[in-house]
Design a protein around this ligand. Structure first.
Ligand code: MGD
Ligand code: MGD
Ligand code: SF4
Ligand code: MO
Length: 698
């Protein structure tokens, strides 16, 4: 007889973690769909989410713990039991800790809603050295947002559903997607909202926009300064809101005087009247207007300021805590409830400081991975000798893989906890394979937002191989290191009970939908109760956070370097059917997009004698490779573009092995080239030379 059941859980095919319903029949997954109960999802799933089945039943992923037997990266491994592998890792960590203290152990993960586990693990060991991936993702945007409002990027939710005008800077929402965002933006467009899209190339999002502005690479800051100029010149901003909430408006007014739309037209290639007309349009829609803080615009060395200017524009529109604008994300407390209890609640605080605190010349904040690398390389301000990469592949995500490998070579121990043979796993000493998202449960996550909730990822099927969930891996390691009392959990139910203590909820409350909504409708603070988390409690156009560190609040624009003839900025990004560098070997997704191509402007291609489909040679910084050209008028003349994540060098992944070209290797020498204020890596500062290929060399 068939035994069919529905399990409500969370997708794990990318870090968006959409709510899903999994249909299980006799211990096997039969069907995955978006959770029909979840607002903004209504049953939908993206292609990557649907390929979860192919991922689950793929044999080209780690199936048991592995210990390296040859040199790092040689691909020589032996199979180990969990006891052996965990003893090996714990033994090395103990050695490192005995010689240099627990602070010599660092862990980095991808960030997100489950980090209470990894942070508590490190706390249990006594190390302050928790890092995440944000320098390769949203660090600049996040810190820019903080410098204006005191809130980080994710603490300001976009209310797309009610917006009348949405402005996206290189935020390719219909390909670099989140399912609920796609759905809500499409709903808003169907209800008449306008979409302005600004990119160096025409993406799918551009094709859905009312206004597409092709901008010269790296000049969004000029565009934004001119928009601010145009808004203030005609007093199109929300004067009342600014009077009540903004500090430093007159400084901003003086600062933008010279940055006219006519000036910006020269910089950006966007006609002055387009800039003025955009200023009119957003002002007409305010406060129901959203200027997205961006992600990829945050990958030049001045991207902190370009994002910061976007947030200044939002503030001028008076759209904070307004329907159709930017809404402060609420947590359980704002919904009248209690937060989850941290796994680290009773673990003593760590006294040592994180290794990049006070590093000379460091950007804002701490926890920048590039600074961890500096400490590993130099032993300053103190040595870091062991590194655990959990659900994170820095060698693929950060520029210059070879430079990273030489830094990591200095470690006594490199461990990867992954579900794939990532580049970092391939280079590690030990691979601890995690059970897949369908095969494991996670700690409960808090999802802040206008309507906060708690959400659960719940195991749907037993692990198909000799793998374990992260909570168990970390608990077993802590136990072996004499810190078992701090993570004493024997089952996920023990963890859930600990977390839910005091909230009035039980784990069964998640059975029906997979999440528990903590508010019946979006919570909006009324005007006077609005709070900003800056030192002044106001929106800081002149930012105390920046001035305290001697960074400028209003930084003059510097024109980006124009690549020489035949050279281009190398831009990269995503396809709707792949996740960063981790999905290229997925049997289904690989079939749809097996390799990347090089987008090249048609005029430039003509000059170089290149046609679509030709093999072209890309070179930069001592690196060389060939790739097929895609010639198009829809990319700016100064840039070329390729999808990120291809050119895999791990032979175990046979479908994607050496298919396409790896963008990050052309950034040789650029690992330390970060935005000096926001800390984000400056991928787009990589300039490559392109010519028609003559030989077959890769
Ligand atoms: N040149 C260039 N570089 C980029 C980008 C770009 O566009 N161009 N994009 C940047 C951006 S925005 C980001 S976010 C980063 C992304 O890069 P990362 O931060 O490294 O994140 P992911 O690629 O999502 O996943 C990291 C690792 O997690 C593993 N993983 C997936 N699911 C699980 C799981 O359930 N358990 C465990 N233990 N591991 C799992 C994957 O196999 C992968 O090896 O890359 C950045 N780097
Ligand atoms: N399918 C899919 N969806 C994803 C992901 C995935 O891997 N796959 N990853 C998720 C993650 S981790 C993230 S961070 C987001 C990323 O979301 P996005 O930032 O929207 O993603 P990218 O694909 O990197 O797109 C960046 C765009 O910026 C453009 N660009 C480059 N230079 C400039 C410039 O100077 N000015 C402007 N205005 N534009 C420029 C590029 O041409 C590119 O189209 O996507 C998320 N969603
Ligand atoms: S966006 Fe797609 S792959 Fe990512 S979590 Fe949602 S359904 Fe899964
Ligand atoms: Mo990202």
């Amino acid at each position: 007889m068939k035994a069919t059941s529905s399990v409500y859980s969370m997708c794990g095919m990318c870090a968006v973690r959409c709510p899903i319903r999994v249909e299980v029949e006799n211990g096997a997954v039969r069907w995955i769909e978006g959770n029909p109960h979840a607002p903004g999802i209504n049953g939908s799933l993206c292609a990557k989410g649907s390929a979860g089945l192919a991922f689950e039943y793929d044999s080209e992923r780690p199936q048991h713990p592995m210990i390296r037997t040859g040199p790092r990266g040689s691909g020589q491994w032996r199979r180990a039991t969990w006891d052996e592998a965990l003893d090996h890792v714990a033994g090395k960590l103990e050695e490192v800790s005995a010689a240099s203290g627990p602070r010599a152990i660092a862990l980095a993960d991808r960030g997100g809603p489950f980090t209470d586990l990894t942070k508590s693990f490190l706390k249990a060991l006594g190390s302050p050295n928790y890092f995440d991936h944000d320098d390769s993702c949203a660090s600049n945007v996040n810190l820019a947002c903080k410098s204006v409002f005191g809130y980080g990027r994710a603490e300001l939710a976009y209310d797309f559903t009610n917006a009348k005008h949405i402005v996206l800077y290189g935020r390719n929402v219909f390909e670099s997607l989140q399912v609920n965002e796609v759905n809500t933006i499409l709903d808003a467009l169907a209800a008449g909202a306008k979409l302005t899209y600004i990119d160096i190339r025409a993406t799918v999002t551009a094709s859905k926009a009312d206004r597409f502005l092709m901008i010269r690479p790296g000049t969004d800051y000029a565009l934004n300064l001119a928009l601010i100029h145009a808004v203030l010149r005609e007093r199109l901003h929300d004067v009342e809101f600014a009077r009540r909430w903004v500090e430093g408006l007159s400084e901003l007014e003086r600062f933008v005087t010279a940055y006219t739309p006519e000036w910006a037209a020269q910089e950006t290639g966007i006609p002055a009247q387009e800039i003025v007309s955009l200023a009119h349009d957003i002002a007409a829609a305010r406060p129901k207007v959203i200027l997205h803080g961006g992600w990829m615009v945050a990958r030049y060395t001045d991207s902190f300021y370009s994002s910061r200017a976007i947030y200044l524009l939002n503030a001028l529109m008076g759209n904070l805590e307004k329907e159709g604008g930017l809404i402060v994300a609420k947590g359980p407390e704002e919904a009248g409830g209690r937060p989850l209890r941290s796994l680290g609640a009773r673990i003593p605080e760590v006294e040592d400081e994180i290794v990049d605190a006070g590093m000379p010349g460091a950007p804002l904040g701490t926890g920048h991975l590039v600074n961890l690398y500096k400490a590993i390389r130099t032993g300053q301000p103190y040595p870091v000798r062991a590194f655990l990469a959990y659900r994170f592949d820095p060698i693929a995500a950060f520029p210059d893989p070879e430079a990273q490998k030489s830094v990591l070579e200095k470690l006594d121990l490199l461990v990867a906890i992954d579900v794939n043979y990532s580049d970092t796993a391939w280079h590690a000493d030990v691979i601890l394979p995690e059970a897949t998202y369908l095969e494991r449960s996670n700690i409960i996550a808090t999802q802040k937002g206008p309507q906060p909730s708690f959400a659960m990822r719940r195991q749907a099927i037993p692990p198909r191989h000799d793998t374990k969930p992260a909570w168990e891996i970390f608990a077993l390691l802590a136990e072996r290191m004499g810190a078992g009392r701090h993570l004493p959990y024997k089952s996920i139910d023990d963890i859930w009970s600990w977390q839910l203590e005091g909230t009035g909820l039980k784990s069964e409350d998640f059975n029906a939908k997979g999440f528990v909504s903590l508010a019946r409708k979006p919570i909006l603070m009324d005007g006077e109760k609005l709070e900003f988390k800056t030192p002044s409690g106001k929106i800081e156009f002149v930012s105390s956070m920046l001035e305290r560190r001697s960074f400028e609040s209003l930084k003059p624009y510097v024109r980006p370097r124009k690549p020489e003839e035949g050279s281009f900025r190398l831009a990269s990004g995503r396809s709707a059917v792949h996740t960063n560098a981790q999905s290229q070997n997925n049997p289904y997704l690989n079939e749809i997009v097996p390799e990347n191509t090089l987008w090249l402007n048609d005029h430039e291609a003509g000059k170089l004698g290149i046609k679509s489909g030709d093999a072209v040679e890309v070179s930069a910084n001592g690196q060389r490779g060939t790739i097929k050209a895609y010639v198009t008028p829809f990319i700016h003349r100064e840039a070329v573009f390729m999808l990120h994540g291809f050119g895999n060098e791990v032979p175990f992944k046979t479908r994607s092995f050496r298919k396409g070209l790896r963008d990050t290797r052309f950034a040789a020498g650029l690992l330390d080239s970060v935005d000096p204020v926001g800390g984000g890596v400056a991928n787009l500062e990589c300039v490559v030379t392109v010519r028609k290929a003559t030989g077959g060399a890769r």
